[in-house]
Ligand binder design. Sequence first.
Ligand SMILES: Nc1nc2c(ncn2[C@@H]2O[C@H](COP(=O)(O)OP(=O)(O)OP(=O)(O)O)[C@@H](O)[C@H]2O)c(=O)[nH]1
Ligand SMILES: [Zn+2]
Length: 374
Amino acid sequence: MELTLKTLGWSPFFGRQCADELARLTPYRIAEVHRDRLTGLSEAGLSEAGPPDSGLSDSGLSGSGLSGSGLPDSGTASLITPPGITTADITVGDWVLADADHRIERVLDRQTLLQRRAPGTDARNQLIAANVDVLFITTSCNDDFNTARLERYLALAHEAGCLPVIVLTKADVVEDPDTYVHDAEALAPMQVAIAINAHDPDDLAQLAGWIGVGQTAALVGSSGVGKTTILNGLTGKDFETRTIREDDAHGRHTTTARALIPTANGGWIIDTPGMRALRLHAAEEGIEQLFADIVDLAAQCRFRDCAHQGEPGCAVQAAIADGRLEADRVARWNKLRLEDLRNSETLAQARARGRSFRRMVRSVTKEKSDRTKR
Ligand SMILES: Nc1nc2c(ncn2[C@@H]2O[C@H](COP(=O)(O)OP(=O)(O)OP(=O)(O)O)[C@@H](O)[C@H]2O)c(=O)[nH]1
Ligand SMILES: [Zn+2]
């Protein structure tokens, strides 16, 4: 594929952020993030970025470590992340600006951002992927189909700013895939769901239609629903599917590197281990968007702190009573909100702890300096 800003996914949204700098700096789309180096794609070809002392600059990187990743590898050069920017600040799909010495100067604002709360009390979020246009929320037309799980992923997509498309795999093994499509599309107004056999090229073409030239998609969903099968079908690559992984005896050659992968139609798919492990994190806004109708009703309850559990003047319960609202859906909304609240509280608590610690340090330091003054 010819790499141009357009085929890489550049848009006026990014252009506006750096109109004056483009004479001096080159935009790169981040294709792979490793602990100590980054791989970026530019109009010129492929470049790697790493900290100054990573020893990359003298290693003659042309194509090294990238064979098999499916990325075009002409025009390779070493890039440098300056002090103050680490590989934790940059994620796959990001746009960065780098100077003629391949030193990254800044990360451009993201159009969309998928992230997750880092484990532990460190309140910093872990970036999963940036500038993903379409999120394929993948489930299968059988046991994996679960309304609450789908709603979680929908909230996640809303929070990130991606367009969610529900993909129902294994349509070939159920009697009536249309009932799944119907149920999935009922989850939100304007929601699109597509039932496919992930092995069928015609079905895959329906998905490809959502990833035009320069557009980026990502796949989320439980293990075994068919994400790798779809990825292989759309990119023409040969990543190991679950079945093949579990049956290593085949000794088949497979591609292991993955990140920002070009599709056969000029789009991109992001697939990283972080993406596969993605779960719901604090997503207050996403949940509000997904359940906007309930949120509107709740605003009409008599009490501002109404728990919608039998209080007088509860507009939510009233809507359930006269059939405008499904009780189960309200229950799922409550569960999701509670979960989200718990996550957010941890974050708030972590911040409060940080604040009180700094206060303590300040007061101790002050006490000391007061003492020395005396
Ligand atoms: N019949 C049928 N089988 C499918 C379909 N999609 C996937 N499979 C099979 O389901 C199994 C699991 O598919 P994978 O693509 O490895 O699933 P995955 O989501 O990538 O799984 P993880 O890598 O564990 O996240 C494989 O044996 C696939 O061939 C489908 O639409 N129809
Ligand atoms: Zn209420």
